[in-house]
Design a protein around this ligand. Sequence first.
Ligand SMILES: Nc1ncnc2c1ncn2[C@@H]1O[C@H](COP(=O)(O)OP(=O)(O)OP(=O)(O)O)[C@@H](O)[C@H]1O
Ligand SMILES: O=P(O)(O)OC[C@H]1O[C@](O)(CO)[C@@H](O)[C@@H]1O
Length: 324
Amino acid sequence: MDNSKTKHIGVFTSGGDSPGMNAALYGTVKVAEQHGIRVSGILKGYEGMIDGHFIPLESQQLQKTVHRGGTVLKTARSERFMAVEGRQLAFKSLQNNDIDAVVAIGGDGTFKGLLAFSEICEIPFIGIPGTIDNDISGTDYTLGFDSAVNTAIENIDKIKDTAESHNRVFIVEVMGRDSGYIAIHSGLGVGADAILIPESGEDFLQLLKKVKDYKSEDGFIVVVSEGDELGAGLVASKIKEINSKVDLRITKLGHVQRGGSPSSLDRMLGIRLGSAAVRALLLGRRNAMVGVLDNQLSLTPFEQVVKQHQVNDELQELLKIFGK
Ligand SMILES: Nc1ncnc2c1ncn2[C@@H]1O[C@H](COP(=O)(O)OP(=O)(O)OP(=O)(O)O)[C@@H](O)[C@H]1O
Ligand SMILES: O=P(O)(O)OC[C@H]1O[C@](O)(CO)[C@@H](O)[C@@H]1O
């Protein structure tokens, strides 16, 4: 049922890019077209909205991008949008382009931006969770998380080969600004000897115990989340303090985790969430994020889409067992 007067949707990607964003754009435009709704892409997130950089989108072009990482609309972190003056300019641009609904693909910062924007702009917004960090409530998975974990695992597997050949300790830092989801998924997936995440303090004590008895007769892999308060450098010097004989190297995987082809899960998630965003607008819904909870589509108001710092209890329990 179409309860809205939606004729022209503006869609953009914002914050860090994540694999699956192009699939979400494809899902959005395909379903909009099915309902006779025009879609414009807003380039470079809030920056392009402020500057009025809009381009027409067609599903035929986007169909060719589903397998590609990154975002064809480009993305940005926008200082200007943090100020009300920037948001006023963005509102003018939307009006000048006759946009009557907006679909935003980004992380929790992007949704905080929309909440602030909704104070001066009455256009309905629907969000799609797109960040490799998986740190948003209201969805089991964010777009790009699964691909990023697969990339991390692929790379750590390779590090394991060289670590085992030299009997070295490797500290591998993975992404996750404030959250340990990538670390725990990739660390468990590679059979790491220790996993350090921002949500736990015990993990470091367990590591120190283990490394004290380490006899340099095998490889030893420590996966550290970049959000962990200690950081790879400090962890390395503590290990050296406890066991001076270890031959130790640090590898920071960095932005390689954000790139590459989206996994099948992220392609499917993008298409489902893009489609769901348009349907939510057609039902007259606004200022909420579409997500998938227990494999069912869900809609959560932006106010409740707070940053989910905490890795859930089940995973924390696994961390304790497998960190021993
Ligand atoms: N409180 C806020 N008020 C207005 N705009 C905001 C606010 N918080 C964030 N934004 C806008 O949203 C943009 C994206 O946020 P941010 O850089 O935190 O990335 P994100 O969406 O959380 O994605 P990622 O998880 O990939 O980093 C910011 O650059 C800024 O323009
Ligand atoms: O690409 P930038 O702006 O350096 O941001 C890096 C941050 O973005 C993320 O990749 C999330 O998109 C975090 O894991 C990381 O801390």
